[in-house]
Design a protein around this ligand. Structure first.
Ligand SMILES: [Zn+2]
Length: 491
């Protein structure tokens, strides 16, 4: 009897030592640090660094799109298919021809039917043991932005544990940008605010993108005015932009675009089933970009009647149930727990004009209403009806009262999908002793304007943006200038 007891004791001790100690070591900083500099972890978004042969001398970055063979593919493979399709009215050939372009651009990123990478691509976060956090407190969390965000959140949890152990700090400051916001909300869903001192959600994708919701419901549209607006904000004086502008001003743009949409509508289903579903629909993370109210229809539209997708569907449903459909509650719970949290979204940019109703305010990629966690936003080039809402923007375009966190959500007009110009706001949030709001500091009011001098508070009475007006004469002048520049006659 005594020996059994001894054996149990030895076993228990062994279990504690082998299981308990490493857990304890991982969860508690080895030595606590009082330097006052909280370590920061940065979670980037779609298209951030992922690798072939990570951690070996042969490590290389995986490009987000491969354009090397694009011209060749279009000239030698797509155009012949399209020509044949036009001659024979065989729209399947047109779909296959267009599919070759997407394959050429994105084929290397393909995931299998279970939502795992086909190619040998990884993105493990690595910690430099020599990094002195007091001098450089910035750590980057690498993850595979194609895969399940909840898995990325588990990896983030491990990485935060490593940073805590390495620095001796109990908590960290988290910056989440674009798709990083999806990972951050997944973290909140799984671990609440564990080990977080602050969270800055910047141009976040956690509310999804209307564009992806519409596309995954197979809705495409090209409106001449939307295309022109979008091109105008990327106007680089280039030949293509100038040509499209002439088309718009002469009234020819809409007929050309309508023809394109008509052709695409004939081959849309085959293009989605044979190309876009295998290329994009099999990436679990892309499903986190589908806004919750589009999710059920999009899932049916893409997977209806198809077999072999059980594992992938389980992944994307889990995200939808735990995170996507609960984002407002996750943000409110995080703020209520006392976390220093701030959301910053941008507006004043035309959205990608590929879907019906693309005249919503955006940062040129993500809808402002979604990245802000639910603001009421006027359509592009319009203002909201008059109101006395204390959360109304000086230009009358936004009312933040409907946001998940109206007092902790900021806006920048005229800034595109780029968090870089807003890092002063992020640093202010991190440096504060307690949670901040839009009324904490006159230097950081709710609304900002992006100007040539950077991001500045928006003055009361700032007028809304106005629709760009041009005429055919001006467009032709621009076009001639672009032609002369392109052949080297003018500068
Ligand atoms: Zn320290």
């Amino acid at each position: 009897m005594k020996s059994v007891k001894q054996l149990l004791c030895v076993c228990l001790a062994a279990v504690l030592l082998t299981v308990g100690l490493p857990l304890w070591a991982a969860s508690v900083p080895s030595e606590s640090c009082g330097c006052g500099v909280t370590p920061r972890i940065y979670v980037d978004g779609f298209g951030s660094e992922i690798y072939y042969n990570q951690g070996t001398p042969e490590q290389t970055n995986v490009p987000t799109v491969v354009t090397d063979d694009l011209a060749r593919t279009i000239l030698l493979r797509t155009l012949p298919q399209l020509t044949a399709a036009a001659a024979t009215r065989d729209w399947d050939r047109a779909a296959d021809g267009l599919g070759l372009i997407f394959d050429s651009l994105l084929g290397h990123l393909r995931c299998d039917k279970e939502g795992n990478s086909v190619g040998p691509i990884t993105a493990r976060p690595t910690l430099d043991p020599a990094q002195n956090h007091t001098e450089n407190p910035n750590y980057t969390f690498r993850y595979d932005w194609r895969l399940d965000p909840l898995t990325a959140a588990e990896q983030l949890h491990d990485f935060i544990g490593e940073v805590r152990a390495a620095t001796g700090h109990e908590n960290i400051n988290l910056t989440a940008v674009s798709e990083g916001g999806i990972v951050a909300l997944s973290y909140l869903a799984l671990y609440q605010t564990e080990s977080l001192e602050s969270l800055a959600l910047m141009i976040s994708a956690h509310g999804g993108l209307t564009m992806v919701g519409e596309l995954f419901n197979r809705n495409l549209a090209l409106d001449a005015q939307r295309v022109t607006d979008y091109l105008a904000q990327t106007d680089d004086g280039g030949l293509l932009t100038a040509l499209l502008d002439v088309l718009q001003q002469s009234g020819l743009m809409q007929p050309v675009l309508s023809l394109a949409v008509d052709i695409i509508s004939h081959c849309k289903d085959r293009l989605f089933d044979n190309t876009l579903l295998p290329l994009l629909g099999q990436m679990p993370a892309i499903w986190a970009f589908v806004p919750p109210e589009y999710y059920d229809d999009a899932r049916a539209s893409m997977f209806g009647g198809k077999k072999g997708y059980d594992v992938l569907l389980e992944k994307i449903d889990r995200y939808h149930d735990l995170v996507g459909s609960r984002s407002t509650q996750l943000l409110r719970d995080a703020a209520a727990s006392g976390l220093k949290i701030g959301v910053i979204a941008c507006y004043g940019m035309a959205a990608i004009p590929a879907i019906p109703g693309a005249d919503y305010q955006s940062d040129s990629l993500i809808d402002t209403a979604r990245s802000s966690g639910g603001a009421t936003v006027a359509r592009h080039y319009q203002t909201l009806p008059e109101s006395n809402s204390p959360y109304r923007s000086p230009d009358g375009i936004i009312d933040a009262a409907t946001c998940a966190l109206p007092d902790q959500t900021w806006f920048v007009r005229g800034n595109s999908h780029d968090a870089g110009p807003m890092m002063a706001w992020r640093d202010w949030l991190f440096a504060a002793d307690e949670p901040v709001t839009i009324r904490s500091d006159p230097r950081f009011p709710q609304y900002f304007l992006r100007t040539a001098d950077g991001v500045v508070p928006m003055a009361p009475g700032t007028p809304p943006e106005t629709l760009r007006t041009e005429d055919l004469c001006g467009a032709l002048q621009n076009f001639c200038g672009a032609v002369l520049r392109s052949v080297g006659i003018a500068k």
